[in-house]
Write a protein that binds this ligand. Structure first.
Ligand code: SF4
Ligand code: SF4
Length: 271
């Protein structure tokens, strides 16, 4: 987790790590700093984080977003992202931290899983680590670095289950990286931002949109995909990323071409 706490500023170690670099670290319940890293934090939630957390808490994505998150615009991209809303106490605690630890541990966000590592790029792709690198978030209160257990970055990612998170979020990370590669004055319309927000973060609303509107008439989507996204939230999430990429960035060959007849019909009726 990245601490914003002014009295406890994180020192970002200016060393880039790759997957096979090693470090010594261990975190456990008997360590003197247990849960200190869960206060004064700034956690951007990934789309898959939201799916796991809202299911863990038995909420709809709409309810989860309203209760636990704050919307932001990602620097240099003008893209909507969401961060975890902290409690209004003196130490700005995470809403999920209790004396006994994290109450959503098995569904904790990607950033919490990576800690004490930070990710130097959003475009991590398994097997193509040329543009993925990691760095240490050294916070003075964190005693985990005094422990002797040694990890490679690769082992740490697997142990924390963050490799699966990155795989599922890959299409979302691609969208952020693609938009960041555009000149900053190329802005998305408000409607485009709303669409992106819905497909990436409000999965229950996106499902309603796909199955409750004329979406499936407008786009030529094969029946297997339709069946998969009807019942599988991760498949729906990944479909959403690839549909957004099609709409915003694929100028030539579309993965999901529009149905010509439906487009003509809409032109006539002015829809
Ligand atoms: S989600 Fe869990 S691990 Fe992450 S900051 Fe909150 S309490 Fe800590
Ligand atoms: S060792 Fe570091 S990561 Fe673990 S509880 Fe302490 S401050 Fe948090």
């Amino acid at each position: 987790m990245n601490s914003n706490d002014a009295q406890n500023k994180a020192q970002i170690t200016p060393v880039k790590f790759g997957l096979d670099n090693t470090f010594k670290f261990e975190c456990h319940k008997n360590i003197s700093c247990f849960t200190k890293c869960c206060r004064g934090i700034d956690i951007m939630l990934t789309p898959y984080d939201i799916v796991l957390l809202k299911n863990k808490l038995g909420l709809s994505s709409e309810e989860f977003l309203a209760i636990y998150t704050e919307p932001k615009l990602l620097e240099k991209t003008d893209l909507p992202v969401v961060t975890l809303k902290l409690l209004d106490d003196d130490i700005r605690s995470c809403p999920f931290v209790k004396d006994e630890g994290c109450i959503v541990y098995d569904s904790r966000p990607t950033t919490c899983r990576y800690y004490p590592l930070g990710v130097g790029t959003l475009s991590h792709k398994e097997g193509t680590d040329e543009d993925a690198f990691y760095f240490f978030v050294h916070e003075p209160h964190c005693k985990g670095f005094e422990e002797q257990k040694e990890w490679t970055v690769r082992e740490w990612r697997k142990d924390q289950g963050v490799d699966i998170h990155d795989e599922i979020n890959e299409g979302w990370a691609d969208l952020l990286v693609l938009k960041r590669s555009f000149p900053q004055n190329v802005m998305l319309t408000d409607k485009a931002k709303q669409m992106l927000f819905m497909a990436c973060y409000n999965i229950d609303k996106f499902r309603e949109f796909v199955f409750g509107s004329s979406f499936l008439k407008l786009y030529a989507i094969d029946p297997d995909t339709v069946e998969a996204i009807r019942s599988d939230e991760v498949a729906l999430l990944e479909f959403g990323f690839s549909w957004l990429k099609d709409v915003f960035f694929n100028k030539e060959e579309k993965v999901y071409p529009m149905n010509g007849q439906e487009v003509e019909k809409r032109k006539k009726t002015g829809e």
